[in-house]
Design a binder for this molecule. Sequence first.
Ligand SMILES: Cc1cc2nc3c(=O)[nH]c(=O)nc-3n(C[C@H](O)[C@H](O)[C@H](O)COP(=O)(O)O)c2cc1C
Length: 169
Amino acid sequence: MQKKVSYEEAIGLKYPEQVVILLVKDAEGKCDPVAIGWTMVASAQPPMMAVALGKTRYSLEAVRRKREFVIAFPAAAQAGDALFFGSRSGRDTDKLAERHAKTLPATAIDGVLLEDALANFECKLESETPTGDHVVVIGRVVASHRNADADGSRLYTLGDGTMGGVKKA
Ligand SMILES: Cc1cc2nc3c(=O)[nH]c(=O)nc-3n(C[C@H](O)[C@H](O)[C@H](O)COP(=O)(O)O)c2cc1C
């Protein structure tokens, strides 16, 4: 039986939800990391990824200006960083410096990789589509990296106000 409920009640059943970190250089050359839950693989050939960025996000301004960015898959141990990156703005905070987050230079774009993430994807802005209060940004992956040392437990939002690791079986 299906019971008609509010959108909010039904969409609350989507968890666990993966978290990615988008990293983009701003006009001053500072790299701004942002936590993103609304994300998907958008094409296999060529590889593309999509994220929904709020229309007022500082990081959206930076993506539009720079036209390239990194999408990182954080490890479960990076939950504290992800919460910080998702609750502070690059407008007034150097988030990577405040968290002492380790980075490596990107190889195909002007950007940085998150050293402790499970994987990093360097992307060039392919297109953007406005939705309601967000903009879906699509990036073409131009370089991919995986962490050879990490145990493979990825960070997810669990839906009960916590974040935690989910590991491939
Ligand atoms: C777990 C989590 C998931 C989030 N998902 C999104 C998202 O999908 N899209 C979005 O625009 N903001 C999302 N946010 C909020 C942004 O990360 C947050 O507003 C951030 O401070 C924006 O940074 P900026 O001002 O440097 O762009 C999420 C935050 C958290 C903690």
